[in-house]
Design a protein around this ligand. Structure first.
Ligand SMILES: [Zn+2]
Length: 94
């Protein structure tokens, strides 16, 4: 489905479905930000109440974790957004 990290192939190599007309736009990024906020903020609160990690380490740990999880999540989420658009015949799949 993806030619590069977030760039879709022009068409499916198996069935020929055109994928270059999808209009996922920024919606995958919004979903990742919303999901990560709901995962990381409670985790930060729980970790801070259970452990006493120095602020310098936390300044390294949390942004690294946020970036790593965002990079890991964005491609599957974009694929899911495109799949929902295809299944509902939305945007470029009319
Ligand atoms: Zn296909």
């Amino acid at each position: 489905m993806f030619a590069r990290f977030l760039k879709t192939v022009p068409a499916c190599t198996t069935c020929g479905l055109r994928l270059d007309d999808h209009q996922a736009d920024d919606f995958p990024a919004y979903i990742v930000i919303l999901a990560l906020g709901h995962i990381l903020v409670p985790l930060m609160i729980e970790v801070n109440s259970a452990l006493s990690i120095p602020l310098g380490w936390q300044a390294l740990i949390w942004p690294t974790l946020a970036i790593g999880l965002a990079v890991a999540m964005i491609q599957p989420v974009k694929g899911a957004v495109i799949a929902v658009q295809w299944s509902r015949r939305m945007a470029g799949f009319r």
